[in-house]
Design a protein. Structure first.
Lengths: 265, 295, 317
């Protein structure tokens, strides 16, 4: 398996604080990789910089062999990196159908002339997009809301919509920014199941999250950041017992963690 | 075109006086924007009402300047308070366009009501100082202009002190800088916003009252000045008070110099060209968006 | 409105409107109809940049005035014909919109509003003061009737059909644009710009295009209207026109194509009902603006939509 996303030596500082201080990691194609760390560790900054929403002071970002360092957000998206946002972003006044259609718009072969003349190319593109949209909607279980304005959905449902939208254009990697923050537990399990299924179908995910259980259940590999640096990297199980992680993240020693795990079992 | 030294000095002094006037208007706008994130389209009308107030009170005080000025300022502060409580209080911070349209509607109402009741005939306002002035060499400045400029400077000094040293002022700066944080420490946005509007109205009222003896008073007078104030607020950086003042005085000087040597049309265009150039080079304004830095 | 009903109803309405001069011989009534058509076009153009894209532009007044002067000057000073004049009006304004829009659209929406306002006021001043070009306060009177295929459209009734054809063409174009992907993208940009960027779409070209198109159409509308008045002078740039366009968009519902169109046609009768006093009429306009902002901030169309949404929510729960 090769790395679909590789970041090296990311650096970003504001007002003298080093939000990112030389972070490097790679995301394997077809994997679900977790990015965790305490508050202020730089996870969100890393995501924003990788996806082009903030400018890096230094470092390199390579997506499927292409250097995308320093590009603007929409350019990076077109190269195949889609992301979601911590506070969910969808088009609240548009229907689910329109939300997904727009998500795919930039990636099909049809332009405004095709649309005006209703050429074959346009009609095929629309049909293909609709098919994919329906598949994704079925996966997230929101078929009844196909024509309904997404603004009336619950917070968790909106997160599902954002996920589906990010997946519409067959991206190379999907970066999820706290996909289950603020979502109720039953919905979390739904999202977990959906992500699992999508991953089995070949999608690659980089997930930033606080919810350790969620990360543990889903991720093949986990990267831990602390104060702008990579602290540890490995399988979820390994991370759980890594003393550095326990201290930084959970404030515990290995003995305390073990006692906690036994208590929970 | 010989550049006469005294002519230049005269132009410069006029420019400063003009700039101070612009500054009074721009600072009020900036204050309201900083605290409420709205643009008050009716701002020019507050100035106009100040001028009219001056025009009506002066005969009552027997043309005594200072009592009339005080009365005018108080009257407009009252109007500002009313505007806030009736209209602006219902606006949230993200309703920028709605605030523009509401204040635009208010502006239309005010102008045309004044025109309906008092006609558009320009009024000459006379004060105890008449046309007397002070002479420095061959340069002559009327007392009304001098007092106007002096009052403006006093107002800015007062504003500085208020923003820097009173709780009332600190609260305003807090909200402008970081609304959420300010709310969390218990600063009440309604009270601060109301105070900001009243204060801004006072500044505008002062400007209007100071202009009344210098220019002719008509219901439309606010309109001519207001768009420059908007441009100044952009050039100085939205919400940045020292920026607005600096930009205003700069504009006053530039307009005065241009007006002294070229056609008046260029004078008016100057502010627009400057604004576009500034936006091109520094989209956040010439000065950093200070969120009401006081110094 | 259901998808088939709208185009059908609008075609019927368009035909009915075309028949106006056949139904009445009163130039006064025809004049109102003409104003209704042209103001609706200008309002629809404002709707494109404000309702759909979310950018409140006061520059429309400037474009309206420049369009009028461009058309008038083309005919009177440069010896062209009316149709070329309209084309120039559209072109000049589109270019200006891009020149002014490019630095401004990259900043925030606050700056955009103010710059556009300043632009409009500047145009007013230039119209008054650049006497060598615009003839200043005297204006350019005696604008001749347009000609096409040897036929002179002289008189209000004849000119009505020029205005009608123009309006139908412009509104048709705007409808196609607003219902296309481009229109949908503009709406998306208005609702959630960061999301649009994250989906690979660059917002600035779209905003510029919407601004330029609305400028071109407003300019052409100004060109048509000043020939209806027969004269163009700085009064053409009276803020009253901007207020009218704005009120139509707001009452109809910013972002609703049909809402604005219907409001435009309906509201053009309003000034005539309020003719008793110029100032009181304006006071009422201002009051309408303020009240609408409190009671119906999304206009009539928005209010209808809210009710529809409520029903949808019930249905779905």
């Amino acid at each position: 398996m090769s790395a679909i996303l590789e970041v090296s030596d990311l650096r970003k500082a504001y007002a003298g604080v080093h939000a990112l201080d030389g972070v490097s990691f790679a995301v394997e194609a077809g994997s679900i990789t977790g990015l965790i760390g305490p508050n202020g560790s730089g996870k969100s900054t890393a995501i924003d910089c990788i996806s082009g929403f903030q400018k890096l002071d230094g470092g390199k970002v390579v997506l499927a062999g292409q250097d995308i360092t320093g590009r603007v957000a929409h350019h990076i998206a077109r190269t195949g990196l889609m992301r979601t946002f911590q506070t969910v972003r969808i088009y609240e006044r548009l229907s689910l159908r329109d939300n997904l259609a727009i998500a795919n718009q930039q990636f099909d072969a049809a332009n405004w002339l095709d649309e005006l003349l209703r050429t074959r190319r346009y009609r095929d593109a629309v049909e293909a997009a609709e098919k994919r949209a329906r598949q994704l909607v079925e996966l997230i279980g929101l078929q009844r809301y196909w024509e309904i304005e997404t603004g009336i959905l619950s917070y968790g449902q909106k997160k599902l919509v954002a996920l589906a939208a990010a997946l519409m254009p067959h991206p190379k990697v999907v970066v999820l920014d706290e996909p289950v923050a603020g979502v109720n537990p039953s919905r979390i399990r739904e999202i977990e199941a959906a992500l699992g299924e999508l991953n089995r179908a070949g999608e690659t995910f980089l997930i930033v999250e606080h919810n350790v259980e969620f990360i543990t259940n889903l991720c093949h590999r986990v990267i831990v950041l602390d104060q702008g640096r990579k602290l540890a990297e490995g399988t979820a199980a390994a991370i759980h017992t890594d003393p550095r992680v326990l201290e930084a993240y959970l404030g515990m020693t290995p003995e305390m963690a073990e006692a906690e795990m036994r208590g929970a079992a | 075109m010989t550049v006469d030294a005294t002519y230049l000095v005269q132009l410069t002094l006029n420019g400063i006086a003009l700039g101070l006037l612009y500054a009074l208007i721009a600072v009020g706008l900036s204050l309201i924007f900083g605290v409420m994130e709205i643009i008050n389209f009716a701002h020019g009308e507050l100035l106009m009402l100040g001028a009219f107030a001056m025009a009506f009170v002066l005969p009552v005080t027997g043309l005594l300047y200072w009592p009339a000025l005080a009365a005018a300022i108080l009257a407009i502060m009252l109007v500002g308070w009313a505007i806030y409580e009736v209209l602006l209080v219902r606006l949230r911070t993200d309703e920028f366009e709605r605030s523009i349209l509401i204040t635009l509607g208010l502006s239309i109402i005010l102008i045309h009501l004044m025109q309906y009741f008092f006609t558009a005939t320009p009024r000459l306002v006379d004060t105890q100082y008449g046309f007397n002035g002070v002479e420095i060499g061959s340069i002559r400045i009327t007392w009304t202009r001098v007092i106007g400029a002096g009052a403006a400077l006093a107002a800015f000094a007062g504003l500085y002190l208020v923003l820097r040293y009173t709780q009332f002022g600190r609260a305003m700066r807090a909200i402008a800088q970081n609304r959420e944080a300010a709310l969390m420490v218990g600063i009440r946005p309604r009270v601060v916003a109301r105070n900001a509007v009243v204060l801004a109205a006072g500044l505008c009222g002062l400007a209007g009252a100071a202009i009344a003896p210098i220019q002719l008073v008509t219901p439309y007078m606010g309109q001519f000045l207001i768009f420059k104030a908007f441009a100044l607020v952009i050039i100085g950086g939205l919400g940045n008070i020292p920026g607005a003042i600096a930009a205003a005085i700069g504009l006053g000087l530039i307009e005065s110099w241009i007006g002294g040597f070229f056609e008046i049309a260029w004078q008016e265009g100057a502010v627009f060209v400057i604004m576009i150039v500034v936006l091109f080079l520094r989209p956040d304004g010439l000065f950093k968006k200070g969120g009401m830095r006081v110094g | 409105m259901k998808l088939l009903a709208a185009p059908l109803a609008s075609m019927v309405a368009a035909l009915l409107l075309a028949a106006l001069p056949l139904v009445t011989s009163s130039n006064y009534v025809i004049g109102i109809g003409l104003s209704a058509l042209i103001f609706t076009v200008a309002a629809a153009a404002l709707n494109l940049i404000y309702g759909y894209t979310g950018l409140l532009s006061f520059a429309q007044l400037g474009f309206w005035g420049i369009g009028g002067y461009a058309t008038a000057l083309t005919v009177v000073t440069f010896g062209g014909n009316f149709w070329w004049g309209l084309l120039w009006a559209a072109l000049v304004n589109a270019v200006l919109a891009i020149v002014v829009g490019y630095p401004t659209l990259r900043t925030n929406r606050h700056a955009f509003v103010i710059v556009t306002l300043t632009f409009a006021l500047l145009v007013t001043l230039i119209a008054r003061d650049w006497v060598s070009l615009t003839r200043g306060p005297l204006g350019i009177p005696n604008l001749p009737a347009p000609e096409a295929f040897g036929h002179r459209f002289a008189g209000t009734a004849q000119f009505y059909w020029v205005a009608w054809a123009f309006s139908v063409a412009m509104l048709g174009f705007l409808y196609a644009l607003c219902s296309s992907r481009i229109g949908r993208t503009l709406v998306a940009i208005k609702q959630n710009e960061p999301l649009v960027r994250a989906q690979g779409i660059a917002p600035v070209p779209y905003k510029l295009a919407a601004f330029a198109i609305s400028a071109a159409i407003t300019g052409a509308a100004g060109g048509v209207y000043c020939f209806h008045l027969g004269i163009i002078d700085p009064l053409f740039l009276d803020f009253y026109y901007m207020q009218t366009f704005l009120i139509i968009v707001i009452i109809g519902g910013a972002g609703s194509f049909w809402g604005v169109v219907v409001a435009g046609v309906v509201m053009s009768a309003l000034p005539e009902l309020l003719r008793f006093s110029e100032d009181l009429r304006m006071v009422i306009y201002g009051a309408i603006l303020v009240v609408a902002m409190f009671v119906m901030p999304s206009g009539a169309a928005g209010w209808l939509r809210e009710r529809q949404l409520l029903r949808m929510r019930e249905h779905v729960r």
